[in-house]
Design a protein around this ligand. Structure first.
Ligand SMILES: [Zn+2]
Ligand SMILES: [Zn+2]
Length: 271
């Protein structure tokens, strides 16, 4: 008799998420990937330790865009562990001066809208609306299971809502509470930037997009990229929960909300 194989499918961990630094881990039995590394080398090792994994086992780093909270540790990690880096052409141009020397054979292109297979994981890249050179995020698929990462976007287009429907898990941006941002310490131009079409999703905007994307496969949604000054875990969660309840989505019954943290890895989760 064939034994069921517990190793199939995808495992994920949000190692760090927030405006201070982002790193997300995705693995199958054969392939280990990191999305972004916006933390110093030492910190990223600590986070890998927390989930009993090591950056030594990584196959590649996928970069979403060149903002410091996504690339701070990319160069160091690639050099130290001999890792391939994937990003689209404009992101490469913008990040190259910031991450130090990367060997030619580790520089790979992953264009917006492309479907690529790395090891045994299929990955779709999709563009977002954000004030970087050519920002894109990624959807991972294996054995019919799907994990979508969507942060750093000013809005969620109809095309994105459609393309990213019914994933097993999402990491969704829940960047700010609009009231906290308006009343908060940021200078006016920065507030305008965050609230604008190329900024970040508020708790409300995020919930409305989620309500349209989730489907019967969806099991969990991680609330990510919280602003340290303009949001709190409790505020993000209650705002999102209220809207998803109003929209009769089955929140807390069919699927659940999870926090993320800028300093602490979320336990590995099997989709
Ligand atoms: Zn950004
Ligand atoms: Zn960011």
């Amino acid at each position: 008799m064939i034994q069921p194989n517990n190793q199939t499918g995808l495992h994920i961990s949000i190692l760090a998420s927030g405006s201070t630094g982002n790193a997300i881990y995705v693995e199958s039995e054969k392939t280990k990937l990191l999305v972004d590394c916006g933390l110093p080398g030492k910190k990223i090792h600590e986070l890998f330790n927390q989930i009993d994994r090591s950056p030594d086992d990584l196959d590649a780093i996928l970069v979403t865009h060149e903002h410091a909270d996504h690339i701070k540790g990319v160069g160091v990690l690639s050099r130290r562990h001999d890792l391939d880096i994937y990003a689209n052409e404009k992101t490469w141009d913008a990040m190259a001066p910031k991450i130090g020397k990367i060997a030619k054979e580790h520089q790979n292109h992953f264009q917006r809208g492309q479907l690529k297979t790395i090891g045994d994981i299929d990955i779709l890249s999709f563009g977002v609306s954000h004030d970087a050179a050519d920002p894109q995020f990624y959807a991972f698929q294996k054995d019919n299971e799907r994990f979508v990462i969507l942060t750093d976007t000013g809005y969620v287009s109809d095309q994105m809502r459609h393309e990213l429907k019914n994933a097993d898990a999402y990491l969704m941006e829940s960047n700010h509470d609009v009231q906290m941002l308006r009343m908060g310490p940021y200078p006016w131009h920065l507030k305008q930037r965050i609230l604008g079409d190329k900024g970040h999703l508020s708790n409300e905007e995020s919930s409305l997009a989620m309500a349209e994307m989730i489907g019967d496969r969806t099991k969990r949604i991680y609330l990510g990229h919280l602003s340290q000054k303009n949001n709190m875990k409790s505020v993000a969660r209650s705002t999102v929960e209220d809207i998803l309840l109003q929209k009769e989505t089955g929140v807390n019954e069919k699927f659940f909300l999870y926090d993320t943290d800028p300093d602490e890895a979320q336990p590995l989760f099997k989709l």
